[in-house]
Design a protein around this ligand. Structure first.
Ligand code: DX5
Ligand code: ZN
Length: 224
């Protein structure tokens, strides 16, 4: 099953609740919340108070993508604010197993994220711990960057490993997902599609989300 996770990074923040509602009406089923600290990535966004407000604005799961150093310090705060899914970067976590279990101890789905330069192989010891793996198809920090095709072989590898090892993590992709890239990522194995620019930057988020999801579903029906 393919799901669309609109990323509010590209939303109009003065009308955030309405923007989220419109993206949901277009078929978005998970709201992706990009948390940036100005250290792990060269940009700053928001913290738990914004998650707390979003929690009142939607019943959809809130997928908090932590692009921050020392995430252990902040995970309880995001969980208390209403996060449903929390993901952390492999590159930011020296004690990744501990961090993932900390997320689970707060009754959230635990995800691990890899940057474009990080191989899937570095996740081999945590694939049985995580609920989802997020493959970055841009270098994190900003919306509206071009898709990096190198992510495709990582999506395929994660799908193969899941079958081989009989695991059940889900596969998410984030960065540059739009009408011209969505079929390729879906056919490579992506099941949760994060999209910011393609949903919120050009016209009606409801129409944009609907068109993207339609293209994704069509891609699942095409033979690869
Ligand atoms: C990038 C963020 C993404 C971002 C994707 O660091 O993790 O979630 O919103 O944006 P688009 O869809 O515009 O590439
Ligand atoms: Zn993200």
């Amino acid at each position: 099953m393919v799901e669309l996770a609109p990323s509010i990074l590209s939303a109009d923040f003065t009308h955030l609740a309405d923007q989220v509602k419109a993206a949901a009406e277009g078929g978005g089923t998970v709201i992706h919340v990009d948390v940036m600290d100005g250290h792990f990535v060269p940009n700053i966004t928001w913290g738990p108070p914004v998650v707390k407000s979003l929690r009142k604005a939607t019943e959809l799961p809130l997928d908090c993508h932590l692009m921050i150093e020392n995430p252990d310090q902040y995970i309880p705060g995001f969980a208390d604010a209403g996060a449903d899914w929390i993901s952390v970067h492999q590159e930011a976590c020296p004690h990744l197993d501990r961090t993932l279990n900390l997320i689970k101890s707060h009754n959230c789905h635990a995800g691990v994220v890899i940057n474009p330069a990080t191989p899937v192989e570095l996740l081999s010891e945590v694939l049985d711990v995580v609920d989802y793996v997020l493959v970055m198809s841009v270098n994190p920090g900003f919306g509206a960057q071009p898709f990096i095709p190198n992510s495709l072989h990582k999506l395929r590898k994660l799908r193969q490993l899941r079958d081989q090892l009989n695991l059940n993590y889900r596969i998410e992709v984030d960065g540059g997902i739009a009408l011209d890239t969505v079929a390729r990522v879906v056919q490579a194995g992506a099941e949760i599609l994060v999209a910011g620019n393609a949903v919120f930057s050009h016209g009606d988020p409801k129409n944009n989300a609907g068109a993207l999801l339609k293209a994704a579903l069509e891609a699942t029906l095409q033979k690869v």
